[in-house]
Write a protein that binds this ligand. Sequence first.
Ligand code: 13P
Ligand code: SF4
Length: 302
Amino acid sequence: MDKKELINRINKLKKEKNAIILAHCYQNIEIDLVADFVGDSLGLSQLAAKTNADKIIFAGVYFMAETAKILNPTKKVYLPNVSGCDMADMINLEQIKNFKAKNPNVPVVCYINSTAAVKSECDICCTSSNAIEVVKSLNTDKVLFVPDKYLANWVEKNLKNVKITAYQGYCPTHFKINAEDILNKKKKNPRAITLSHPECKNEVVEISDFVGSTTQMMEYCKKSNEKEFIVATELGVVQRLQRDYPNKKIIPISNEIFCPSMKENTLEDMLYTLENENNEVKVNENIAKKAINCIDRMLKVM
Ligand code: 13P
Ligand code: SF4
């Protein structure tokens, strides 16, 4: 089947089934051709919270589809390929319970990149775009943060009066980026502005001109009068910036900085899932009831 025919069939089935496709910016760029919304984790959860669709096809990783299901218990949510997030999988229910037991009576913030079971044990969720505001909203001087130690460190640096005890998880994709890579790119492109994601190591964030979520970096690039950007994050963001701003020079760290779990979905998978309704995501009712508080509380902050 050629691409045009594939896209037509996907769009026709979406209409017939009142289904939408939500896609993260790290997905293969061809997914944008059929997605109803492409964005970062916060944008995706905000959209999932207000959609009127009966069915949600999630082009992303497991925790994203799980979050959409928790927000829409009566709707059907599908994950065309059951791919997980390596950072989310660094902490499980037992580990969060132990972490809390070692640090009692401290509010727990969990990055949205975590399983529903972990969320069910936390007080409030955050994404990379609202982590600072979420921690601030707690009005406390001590916080536990799971699972991303680098995001926790960046939040702590931005909020002088809060001591964050971080679980020692991290994103293996962003971990591959080193300060030296940026300095090398800078030597060849001295006027370039460096954008990085707060999942990057401290040494990377410290030498960046702007640090923000996927969407925040893309917005920065859109609004800036500058013409050259070193983009220290996942390849999907680099490729979308190159597509959307052909007059700007978008410089990747390397084509090797990609998240394998995010690259599994193809247009063919979207069609297959719309036709066969495979891989429906289910969340245990008791876990979902507890986890929704954590997500709702974040959505009220922003
Ligand atoms: P954001 O979507 O918040 O930028 O997070 C990036 C990420 O790693 C998603 O898994
Ligand atoms: Fe998880 Fe990192 Fe992949 Fe995002 S990029 S889904 S944090 S492993």
